[in-house]
Design a protein around this ligand. Structure first.
Ligand SMILES: [Fe+2]
Length: 310
């Protein structure tokens, strides 16, 4: 999966070439950009120079010693270089500098977004750990749901990035943060009032995530992960394809991990029994296409996510 930053930068480069053409600038160049801790080396013909990190470093060192260049400088850091041919007129150089400024600006923006996202995810991950620490039975549950959701996603053509699938899995129960330990770990049956409190967690979770733009798709999946395919779930009683696809994927992953875990009121089901229960709820509780994708995953891949418990 191409990371958002990388694909966005490739779009910027396409725009850069269009702008050169619009301004009538004919220049042969080699552009080096740093993305995270990797380099991309792209020529004016649109070809990308591959190789190991060391090989790319040698190429960059060679270019730095031989060719004139313009730095691609952002607010805080250098994002790379534009190596150009010798003998360009001063006015062409000025135009190139202006065009590079817009690339620098975009790269600053993407880097900032990535940093904000990983920072927010770090905070939310701590919140998930805090919830799971309240209840020994759910320890590691969110991580496993994220892993299972990714396995299902690999089998389906989903309109979500790998990161979005993992985030939705990791954060699906984040709304439990406000629910007392007493209710979460109560061994006996819940009162109506306690059940209503537990049932509020998808909405609370979505409320936590909605203000964060980068978690928009995760927020929708979190809100709807307890909907049922037949419309009998909560909070909104959505049915079939009204339920966001990512929520339907999380629902199967969540149920399978819950069934193969010990709970205060029962022991874990075996892998085979849990799988049968998922299959028998296809079309009622779960989306049949998601169940089919889940059922096609090899047992050893599932075991690598949920451990040897099942
Ligand atoms: Fe949940």
């Amino acid at each position: 999966m191409v990371k958002k930053t990388e694909s966005a930068i490739m779009i910027d480069l396409t725009q850069f070439n269009k702008d050169l053409a619009t301004l009538g600038i004919k220049v042969t160049y080699t552009m080096v950009v740093y993305i995270g801790d990797t380099y991309r080396i792209i020529t004016s013909k649109g070809e990308e120079i591959g190789g190991s990190r060391e090989e790319k470093e040698k190429i960059i060192a060679h270019l730095l010693s031989k060719q004139p260049f313009l730095p691609i400088t952002g607010e805080e850091m250098n994002h790379g270089y534009l190596f150009i041919e010798t003998g360009l007129a001063a006015d062409v150089m000025e135009k190139l500098k202006i065009l590079l400024r817009s690339i620098s600006f975009s790269m600053d923006k993407y880097m900032l977004e990535e940093r904000m996202q990983s920072c927010s995810l770090g905070i939310l991950d701590s919140a998930v750990n805090a919830i799971e620490a309240k209840d020994v039975y759910t320890k590691g549950h969110s991580d496993r749901v994220a892993g299972l959701a990714q396995l299902i996603a690999e089998r389906m053509d989903l309109p979500y990035s790998e990161k979005e699938v993992a985030q939705a899995g990791l954060l699906h129960d984040i709304g439990k943060i406000g629910i007392s330990e007493r209710i979460l770990t109560k061994p006996g049956s819940l009162t109506d009032e306690e059940y209503q409190i537990i049932k509020s967690h998808p909405e609370k979770g979505a409320q936590i995530l909605e203000p964060l733009v980068m978690f928009k798709k995760s927020a929708a999946a979190v809100r709807h992960h307890h909907e049922r395919y037949d419309g009998k779930g909560y909070p909104d009683g959505l049915a079939g394809e009204e339920i966001p696809l990512l929520a339907r994927v999380i629902a199967v992953s969540d149920a399978f991990d819950a069934m193969t875990s010990d709970r205060p009121y029962r022991k874990a089901f075996s892998y085979d029994i849990a799988r049968q229960k998922i299959l028998s709820a296809s079309g009622t509780q779960f989306d049949p296409t998601v169940v089919e994708a889940f059922n096609s995953i090899e047992e050893k891949k599932i075991s690598s996510v949920i451990g040897s418990r099942a």
